[in-house]
Design a protein around this ligand. Structure first.
Ligand code: PGA
Length: 253
């Protein structure tokens, strides 16, 4: 059975002292958490410090984006090799904010996915539709297009060392969550899309849900058959809330 993963996405929040108390709270609560893998995706400048803090814990470390290039004259960019050097296990790829605000294309997202894997980092590929796309009944087309770009470039077997995250854009940071049925429906589509190419990989692929997950709704969403955990933005900035969500993920299916 697929083990659940809950990962925080701090986005561009925090500072050294706020991060230290957040991590104190999360790490204190991690000790009695079993049956769930947890991680935090932190801003680049705090990777080294966070890596040192989590090294002796069960909390995994991730970054929020990376360059598709390995090295060179790319001022301001951070390579997969650098993230591996910092101890990252995960990196978010194609988060909707990267796609919408920074113009990341499906092709670039696929190149970043491949770059992460070349350095032994597990990409968490984010896909999701906007409200207008959902209302135009285009949800399936949009998430398939986003996943297909990576399937074409990297092959279905590459998903054996990846995580997929369904994050409806209209649910991110809005307080509006997809219902557990809506999440399950899209997760099942996504799994079937991978299964069309590689059923074994699809069966083992962890598909996270993200978008306004809170302590009050996590258990219901995580209970769905094809939901294998969550990608948590706002609620990951409050240790008690993040831990409550992790605990919801630790309960048996
Ligand atoms: P949210 O963000 O939990 O604040 O909606 C999720 C995300 O963007 O990863």
């Amino acid at each position: 059975m697929r083990g659940r993963l809950v990962t925080g996405n701090w986005k561009m929040h925090g500072n050294r002292s706020a991060n230290a108390s957040l991590l104190d709270g999360v790490l204190a609560g991690m000790t009695d958490l079993a049956g769930i893998e947890c991680a935090v995706c932190v801003p680049f400048p705090y990777l080294a410090e966070t890596a040192a803090r989590v090294a002796s814990s069960k909390l995994g470390l991730g970054a929020q984006t990376l360059s598709e290039h390995e090295s060179g004259a790319y001022t301001g960019e951070v390579s997969a090799g650098m993230l591996a050097d910092m101890g990252c296990r995960y990196v978010l790829v194609g988060h909707s904010e990267r796609r919408a605000l920074f113009g990341e294309t499906d092709g670039q997202v696929a190149a970043k996915f491949a770059a992460a894997q070349r350095s032994g980092i597990t990409p968490i590929l984010c896909v999701g539709e906007t409200l207008a796309e959902r209302e135009a009944s285009r949800t399936r087309d949009v998430v398939f297009r986003q996943v297909d770009a990576v399937l074409e470039a990297c092959g279905a077997a590459s998903f054996a060392k990846a995580v997929l995250a369904y994050e409806p854009v209209w649910a991110i940071g809005t307080g509006r969550t997809a219902s557990s049925e809506q999440a399950q429906e899209v997760h099942a589509f996504l799994r079937s899309r991978i299964a069309d190419r590689d059923s074994g990989t699809a069966a083992n692929l962890r598909i996270l849900y993200g978008g306004s997950v809170k302590p009050g709704n996590a258990a219901e969403i995580f209970a769905m058959e094809d939901v294998d955990g969550g990608l948590i933005g706002g609620a990951s900035l409050v240790a008690g809330d993040f831990l409550a969500i992790c605990r919801a993920g630790a309960s048996p299916r």
